[in-house]
Design a protein around this ligand. Structure first.
Ligand code: GUN
Length: 282
């Protein structure tokens, strides 16, 4: 069966829209997301456009800041500091990856925890590791919602995560562990990867290689979630060879229309949560 993230996300967006109307009535302002993009990577530009459109769709205010590659890092940091001080801004997002030469860690460190709607800051990641989650990274959180949508009880299942990035692989492994899965993380230095993936009841693939996972790497009846977005010959495809793998699975997410829309709905969810908690702390 296919897990259409698009459909799961649509339900979340409806709820966010209603709650946003309530928020606006109660506090007399709209939740506000500030998005910063550096350089002209076409994929990043598309993601940012989708995020801004998502804001419009649910009734948020959005601010976007576009910088040319080569803009001094201090200028970008100064903008983040100003947004951090601005009481009307609830979330600050720096689209990743940044062009070569920028210090990602140093830049992100200027986003206060309360406005870190990507959940990338050390303290938000730390809270997730302690199983006291605050803001959780959007893509892994979206994958958990998709797994929830299958209705399958995750307790005791063997989940294998391909990829160990700070943005997807690591927080994904933590969420699955917190949901009582037995978790294996595979990465570029893993030996005999197929032996491990073949044991997976749940296989989450975020390795950034088109059609990397083939049918021989997947157990019959597995749930496969494909986080990859690759462009091959002008066409989008995931990290999973969908046509050969799909017949073996109980559930599989397609690309496009799978994880992508979930990421945006979770970003909007995180922004609304941030707006609410900032108002409650006033
Ligand atoms: N680049 C790819 N995915 C993401 C994401 O979820 N957030 C940000 N800021 N950049 C990304």
């Amino acid at each position: 069966m296919l897990i259409y993230g698009k459909e799961v996300a649509a339900k979340t967006l409806e709820k966010i829209t209603v709650e946003t109307q309530e928020f606006c009535q109660r506090y007399g302002r709209k939740p506000t997301l500030a998005v910063i993009i550096v350089g002209e990577d076409p994929a990043s530009q598309t993601y940012v456009r989708n995020k801004i459109n998502g804001c419009k769709q649910v009734g948020f205010n959005s601010l976007s800041y576009e910088y040319a590659d080569g803009t001094p890092q201090d200028e970008i940091i100064a903008q983040i500091k100003s947004l951090a001080e601005d009481q009307s801004v609830d979330g600050i997002l720096v689209q990743l990856p940044l062009p070569k030469g920028y210090d990602e860690e140093k830049i992100l460190a200027n986003i206060p925890d309360s406005k870190d709607v990507d959940g990338f800051n050390a303290s938000n990641i730390g809270c997730l590791c302690l199983n006291r989650p605050r803001t959780v990274s959007c893509t892994p959180l979206g994958v958990m919602h998709m797994l929830d949508h299958t209705g399958v009880d995750l307790t005791g299942k063997h989940a294998v995560v391909l990829g160990r990035s700070n943005t997807v692989g690591k927080p994904m492994a933590m969420l699955l562990l917190n949901a009582n899965c037995t978790v294996t993380v595979c990465h570029s230095k893993t030996k005999n990867m197929a032996e491990l993936t073949k044991q997976a009841d749940i296989l989450v693939v975020a390795i950034g290689k088109p059609k990397f996972v083939t049918a021989d790497m997947v157990k019959d009846g597995a749930i496969v979630i494909d986080v990859g977005i690759n462009r091959v010959d002008g066409k989008l495809c995931g990290d999973v060879d969908f046509d050969s793998v799909a017949p073996k699975t109980s559930f599989i997410s397609p690309v496009p229309g799978g994880v992508g829309p979930m990421t945006i709905s979770m970003l909007l969810f995180n922004t609304l949560m941030s707006a609410k908690s900032r108002e409650n702390e006033r």
